[in-house]
Design a protein around this ligand. Structure first.
Ligand SMILES: Cc1ncc(COP(=O)(O)O)c(C=O)c1O
Length: 376
């Protein structure tokens, strides 16, 4: 192998994974508030910390009082499936899929719930025609498709008045784009993405029409305990006040609180969005300057600003693996290979916990890894 010259400077924090994502700058385990560890999550302190976490999320998401927000089991998957299992079946369903996770919700709807949804699909890099959605249906979609780097442009395509409910898997979208909550009946996410928190828990957001559905409709299929949001025909309000369905990881909760406090200190939602924008712009400059790199997402209006997916000229999966391994060995970049189901390419997380200087420092290392992998 011809030895390529290594760039002189490395990213200070070479964490570019699309989940779990980089911890917030300055994060340290020593900064976690440990008072509640070893205590009951139903103690006064336990409930206070869960409620505080919920309050911080509400503030940072600029969630209106019309919407409830609660912590549930099973990370984003748990939260989204809980919504599907408890609310679908009342009316026809349209599922939008343009990458692996959206496709997963289609599989749930077809093979598990057997509700025969209308499916609007697009290839990796593209998005289905959002104007073709029939809003007399309940509509499932992914705000930011983490495995293709394609997102919805905004919420303009969702009508203010709709018969069906909108279900947004927004796990790699919240805290990165402004969200018009009036257009969202159900949204889910996990702390492990834009906040750089831990997996384990999901966050479930319910608008008033979702609550109305829960209280007026009982699905035909059985619901496991961890999915039950209703008790005696009424919404289990405790879930949205920190009375979790089952035992949460208070360590994960404390870690989320630390990330949320960081977010508040740097300026809240606008600051998080600005950081993600700056990172995506820095990466775009790197792509523009290299004819062997490109964006998988064709249209800049629907290109992700968090999970940015890149094409590499002439690369197959083995080549990408080699590049990613070289970058990891050097401690220059971790976890930058694209998702296993996506076309071979790189995926660089640009969410708010990543520093722009680290994205900028990555450019020369991508050149080095590309040249080294080609020479090998
Ligand atoms: C769009 C999307 N949905 C769902 C998931 C699954 O998330 P979790 O592992 O937090 O359940 C991911 C994870 O990457 C995702 O990107």
């Amino acid at each position: 192998m011809t030895e390529q010259t290594r760039p002189s400077a490395k990213p200070a924090r070479p964490f570019f994974s699309s989940g779990p994502c980089a911890k917030p700058p300055g994060w340290s385990a020593a900064k976690l508030d440990a008072r509640v560890l070893g205590r009951s999550h139903r103690s006064k302190l336990g409930k206070q910390r869960l409620q505080y976490c919920i309050d911080l999320m509400r503030e940072l998401l600029r969630l209106p009082d019309t919407h409830r927000i609660g912590i549930v089991p099973g990370s984003d998957t748990g939260a989204f499936e809980m919504a599907m299992w408890t609310m679908l079946g009342a009316r026809p369903v349209t599922a939008l899929a343009w990458e692996s996770f959206g496709e997963g919700w289609v599989t749930d709807a077809v093979k598990q719930l057997r509700i025969d949804p209308t499916v609007l699909r697009a290839e990796y890099g593209q998005i289905p025609d959002l104007s073709a959605v029939d809003w007399s249906h309940d509509v499932l979609f992914t705000w930011n498709g983490t495995t293709s780097g394609v997102r919805v442009p905004d919420a303009e395509w969702i009508p203010g008045t709709r018969e069906g409910l909108s279900f947004a898997d927004a796990t790699s979208g919240v805290f990165a784009y402004p969200i018009d909550w009036a257009k969202i009946d159900v949204a889910t996410f996990s702390w492990q993405k834009v906040l750089g928190g831990e997996g384990a828990h999901g966050v479930l957001i319910l608008g008033p029409r979702a609550v109305e559905r829960l209280e007026s409709y009982t699905p035909a299929w059985p619901l496991p305990k961890v999915f039950r949001l209703v008790s005696k025909g009424k919404l289990a309000e405790g879930i949205f006040k920190g009375e979790t369905i089952n035992t949460p990881s208070m360590l994960a909760v404390e870690d989320a609180i630390l990330a949320l406090e960081w977010a508040r200190e740097i300026g809240g939602a606008d600051a998080l969005i600005a950081r993600s924008d700056a990172n995506a712009e820095a990466l775009d400059r790197i792509v523009e300057a290299r004819d062997w790199l490109g964006h998988l997402a064709a249209d800049p209006a629907t290109r992700s600003k968090t999970s940015v997916c890149l094409t590499v000229e002439g690369a197959d999966e083995a080549f990408i693996k080699k590049m990613a391994a070289l970058l990891e060995q050097e401690g220059a970049a971790y976890d930058v290979a694209g998702y296993r189901d996506a076309p071979a390419g790189l995926r660089i997380w640009c969410g708010a916990t990543v520093d722009t200087a680290d994205i900028e420092a990555l450019g020369p290392w991508l050149d080095w890894a590309y040249a080294t992998a080609r020479a090998g």
